[in-house]
Structures are given as C-alpha cells and as structure tokens.
Design a protein around this ligand. Structure first.
Ligand code: FAD
Length: 465
C-alpha cells in the first residue's frame, strides 16, 4: 500500500503561491501534499494582507461617502455613525469564507493538507510539527518552498513593544486611534493610513525619502501625495526614524532632522522580509542571499536539485499575483518543461481613493536606461463616465517606445485604476503598440475610454481634449 505521507510534490506554505502551485500540480496529475503552520489556509494574503485590508478599505470608503460624498449625488443620509465592531466582523467574515474556500479547493484537488511547522530533515524529507507538538515525517520527490514573508522593521523600532504595530494588528484595532503614526509611505502604509484616517484618526505618515510610493512612477506618486494630503493625511517626508519609545500613554517617534512625532499608536510599514524561520535550510544546503531571500534559477530551482522556491520568499516582486504566476510556472516547468511569468508586464495596484495602478517601466527607468519614449496622457476630468460618477481626479499616462510605439509602461491614478490596468497588462503581454490599444473599440461611457485616449495622445491624436 502506498505511504499516505509520501508525495510527488510537497508544497511548504499555503499562501497564494503555494496553494495555486498545489492545484496546478494536481491538475497535471501529481500526488500533492501541502503544509501550513496556520489552520486557516491562504497565507498572508487571505488571512492578514490583501483581503482584510481591501475589505476595510471598502467599508471605510463607504463610511466616508455616507458622511461626505453622497451629498454631491443629492443623497442626504443625515448624521452617520461608525459601528467599528460590525465593520471588523464583516472583514473577518470575508477572510473566513475565503480561507475555507482554499480548504475546499485542496479537497477538490485531492491535495493532502498538513497543519504544522515544516522543517527539512533532508532534501526529500520534511518534519511537520503540529500545534500539539506531534511530528509527522512527510517525504516527496520534489518540494516547493512558498513560505512567504513577514514584516520588516528599522533599527531602534521594536515590534514587540505595546502600541508598536505591524499591518497584522492595524487591520484589527478595536478602537479608532486618536493619532496614528505610520512609518513608511509605501502601499501598505498609505492603504491602512487611509482606512484609519477615514474612520476618524489623525494620521501622520513618516517617510525616509522625499516622496511616497518608492518604485512607482514619480509623476504618479507626486499626484498621489497631493490627493492624499488633500484628504487630510499628514506627511513628514525626508524623515529618518531613529527610534520609537513610550512616553506616558503616548508613543514618541524620534527622527533625524525634525521634531519627534507624538502619537497614540505606531504602524510600522517599512516593507516585508522573506520568511524562512524554522525551515532548517542549512541542513539541506539551500542558500539564501544577504537579504534572506532564496535565490532561484529560471526554473525556480534553488541551490538543491529537488527543492524549488516561489513567491515572497524569492527575490521577485512581493505581490500575491506574482506568487500565483510563479506557482503555476514552477509546476509547469517541472511537469512539462514549459512555464513562464511575464515579469515585464506585472501590474501593481494601490487601493487608496482614488486607486493607483502601474504596469511596466516608469519614466525614470526609461530615462536611466536611455530608452527613447513618447508619452500619452489623458485626465479623467475629460472622461464622461468619470464626470457621471463624480470622480474626476487623476489621469492615465502611457509610455511607448519612440520608434516602434510598443507600450513600455502605463501609470494610472483615478477611479478604478486597478481594473483599468488589466487591459494594459494584457496588451503589454502580447507586445501591443499604443495604437493597437487606441484602435480597439472601448464601450461608451466607460473609464476605459481614458486609456484609449491616452494611447491616442501618444501620437497627438487625442479626441476629447
Ligand atoms: P504568503 O502569503 O506569506 O504565505 C506563506 C505561508 O507559509 C503562510 O501561510 C505561512 O503560515 C506559511 N509558512 C511559513 N513558514 C512556514 C513553515 N516553516 N511551516 C509551515 N508553514 C509555513 N499583494 C497583492 O498582490 N495585492 C495586495 O493588495 C496586497 N495587499 C497586502 C496588504 C497587506 C497588509 C500585506 C501584509 C500584504 C499585501 N500583499 C498584497 C502582499 C501579499 O500578501 C503577498 O505578496 C503574498 O501573500 C505572498 O504570497 P506567498 O504565497 O509567497 O506567501
């Protein structure tokens, strides 16, 4: 009889990288096992990341709309009251449904789920220790490490201190902090800062650089900074945080070159680092780099032949959809020899209001590379649908190769930017020119017409301006 703890493939970590890899492997005929230390499957993304943060962004935006924006539409709801308990309960319900959904998908695909901490014994054996301390040895021909990431911090900022929080705590505050200081002006800081600002906190974002959203197109980041400031978020840019300490019932954020910031709670959102704790990688000789990532080759293979790695734990963009693509590509490479991730056309979305979305290269990257490019731009102010929904802030910016017209990057700030970017990512994946997108028929009146117009603008042919 076959050993029930022996698999063709064992996946370590049931986040979007791991659970999608497990499904694809099962579809391709493999006998799969998957391990996660948490009972609720779905990883950072479903439990404490993408999904709960987006649930709170939606709820807090509804609260803000009811209090302010609905009046513009002639809807007066009178005085509006926040029921934070109900808001958090709805968020928890969404997480619960989706994590249980992953459990059902594992069942449907006959992937055996092990709950416990995974630790390598040898390249083909993993010890899984469950919460009660019972250890099961699981063997596999191949293993994929998909153990994700954990919050990073700064020297002088101790995450174990009371009132010094990571995003995990900041999606679960049971009271609205009077003053929330957010260290880090990246997407997590701006999203969660927006949530609590809408719910009534004074929010101060303390950022080391002279701009927000590092890595995104500078023009887009500048516009985002302007809009978020207008909404009431406070910014302390060019501020190097040197320490956080308590003072009475307040927290003091010390920084170089500026007065300390006093707040009630501190959210540390300075990025995430790879999670390899407890895996015992040394025992099998899997190498990590100086930032703790597991380097892999084109086939997602680590320095050990039968051991692969995907998702946040490898040095590619730390995004759920990247982890998913890598999970599928890794398994397809193992089984069929083919498999591909379109790294040049990975969309990234910030779910503030309005949304901010990017795909491909920024203007700064093109300049640095000496690539000649043309720009097309179109403001939502001139888009009929944006007017109809009273969300006219922002623009679409298209960057195309000067000689071939191939689209090299698209950067959008405005209503539903996160949905609009999908068309651009698809077009770029197929090597489209800006004229290809401009000549495709876009329904009227939709926000997507702003994408079409920005593409027309690359050749100076914009219609509605
Ligand atoms: P993870 O999702 O981190 O999953 C890894 C799993 O491995 C975890 O379940 C963990 O319990 C398990 N594990 C770790 N070590 C072991 C071990 N030794 N034994 C057993 N199990 C182990 N990305 C987006 O694309 N869009 C967003 O809107 C977005 N929003 C975010 C908001 C927040 C607040 C945060 C924190 C992150 C957000 N992300 C977002 C990032 C996204 O969550 C990650 O990129 C994604 O979860 C990475 O997937 P993964 O499968 O590599 O790892």
């Amino acid at each position: 009889m076959a050993d029930e703890h022996d698999h063709d493939l064992l996946v370590l970590g049931a986040g979007p990288g791991g659970y999608v890899a497990a499904i694809r492997a099962a579809q391709l005929g493999m006998n799969v096992g998957i391990v996660d230390k948490e009972k609720a499957l779905g990883g950072t993304c479903l439990r404490v990341g993408c999904i709960p943060s987006k649930a709170l962004l939606e709820s807090s935006e509804k609260y803000e709309e009811a209090g302010h924006a609905l009046k513009t539409h002639g809807v007066d709801v009178g005085s509006v009251k926040l029921d934070l308990k109900a808001m958090l309960k709805r968020k928890d319900g969404v997480v619960d449904q989706l994590t249980k959904g992953v459990g059902m998908l594992m069942k449907k695909n006959k992937a055996k789920v092990y709950t416990g901490l995974a630790s390598f014994v040898d390249p083909h054996t993993v010890a899984v220790t469950d919460p009660k301390g019972k250890t099961t040895h699981v063997t596999a021909r191949r293993t994929i490490i998909a153990t994700g990431s954990k919050p990073a911090t700064l020297p002088g900022v101790d995450l174990s201190m009371d009132k010094v929080d990571t995003s995990t705590e900041a999606i679960d505050y049971d009271a609205v902090p009077e003053h929330l200081a957010v260290i880090g002006g990246g997407y997590i800081g701006l999203e969660l800062g927006s949530v609590w600002r809408r719910l009534g906190s004074k929010v101060t974002v303390v950022e080391y650089l002279d701009r927000v959203l590092p890595g995104m197109d500078a023009g887009l980041a500048k516009e985002a900074h302007k809009m978020l400031k207008k909404q009431g978020l406070l910014f302390e840019l060019k501020s190097k945080v040197t320490g956080v300490k308590p003072a009475g019932d307040k927290m003091i954020i010390e920084r170089d070159g500026g007065d300390p910031v006093e707040a009630d709670r501190v959210l540390v959102a300075v990025g995430r680092k790879p999670m390899t704790d407890g895996l015992n990688l040394e025992a099998i000789g899997v190498a990590t780099n100086d930032r703790g990532h597991i380097p892999v080759d084109h086939d997602f293979k680590t320095s050990v032949d039968s051991v692969y790695a995907i998702g946040d734990v490898i040095p590619t963009a730390m995004l759920a959809h990247v982890a998913e693509e890598e999970g599928v590509a890794c398994v397809e490479k193992i089984v069929t020899g083919a498999g591909h991730v379109p790294y040049d056309a990975i969309p990234a979305v910030v779910y503030t209001h309005p949304e901010i979305a990017s795909v491909g290269q920024t203007e700064e990257q093109l300049k640095d590379a000496g690539t000649a490019y043309a720009i097309g731009k179109f403001p939502f102010m001139a888009n009929g649908r944006a007017k109809a929904i009273a969300q006219t802030d922002g623009f679409v910016k298209v960057l195309a190769d000067k000689s071939t017209d191939r689209v090299l990057g698209v950067h959008i700030i405005g209503p539903h930017a996160g949905d609009l970017i999908a068309e651009c990512a698809t077009a770029m994946t197929f090597g489209a020119s800006s004229e290809d997108i401009a000549r495709a028929c876009h329904a009227h009146p939709t926000l997507s017409e702003a994408v079409k117009e920005a593409c027309f603008d690359v050749e100076g042919r914009v219609v509605h301006m």
